[in-house]
Write a protein that binds this ligand. Sequence first.
Ligand code: COI
Length: 352
Amino acid sequence: MIDVQRKPATSIDAVDFKDLPFGKVFSDHMLVCDYVDGQWGDVRIMPYEDVKFPLSLHALHYGQAAFEGMKAYRMLDGGVGLFRPEMNFQRLNKSARRLCMPEVPEEVFMKGLEELVRIDSKWVPKEEGTSLYIRPFLFSSSSFIAARPSEKYTFAIITSPVGPYYSGTVKVRVEQEYTRSAAGGIGFTKAAGNYGGAFFPTREAQNAGYTQILWTDHRDHRFIEESGTMNVMFRIGNTFRTPPLSDRILAGITRDSILTLLRSWNEVVEERPITVDELRYSAEHGYLQEAFGMGTAAVVSPITTIGFKDKEYDLAYDEAGYGQRIKKALGDIRSGASPDRWGWMQVLEGLD
Ligand code: COI
């Protein structure tokens, strides 16, 4: 059962949809569901507003928290579609298991999500390159500071109309000191701490003139892993190369969709380890044609400079390159301009 309490008056008229800063404007409603005494309670949809919490809130101390990032798109016929939402549902529960949190029931996630987006469907923007970013998250909400798993948990969803995540192209530095994740760790989850832990190394890279980090493995920084908050793809010669999934790498839904798309175009795609030396050699000898990050927020983020320890290599940005072709192909599936041959879109029927 979903308990809906509607906001008396919408805030949508105060929003400039032509100028949307990423993740700073929130739609009228939010969803909350608590887990208490070993059971999930009712799903509540209520006006988006501040909540009160004690400073002993467990998640603040031990970071038992994970999130998802997903989007709803405005389609050409005026409808609204969610992109592969069941993948986010499954991945949140994968994170939950590893972080010792209870799994969110499918009914709570999927029905709750659909109802929330339905209620705020007017917030799904129409402008080119925009969407409604959806942030489901799960956190420990007991009020105690003993270092053991929480007893209470809260699952919530907030939504935010967004424009493009990065403006322009990306300059990355191959990381030689810090690591995002280690074998046996939580790199494959969307744990809040994976992101918090990346802020300091990222700021250092930014202070050195880069946009993001090209993460390398925890052992000796020999293998490429991810780029910033995204998976990474290289086109070396005519082969698309991305590192294979492991317990250190997030199983990106955009990554999976792009691999499917490229294979359907009969491109050669390889999920296998890429060493820093190989990447450098490819860049130095002109084999590296293209590089891009793949993620929900940015979709495809073209990398135009790769900085190694002592040398930088520039890659020409090609408007007609694969990055842009992929972005357009995904955009066309999401808008309904192309057939949804893999059944990725969950279209919300009967919106007013
Ligand atoms: C993504 O694009 O996949 C993200 O997780 C970005 C988010 C951290 C803003």
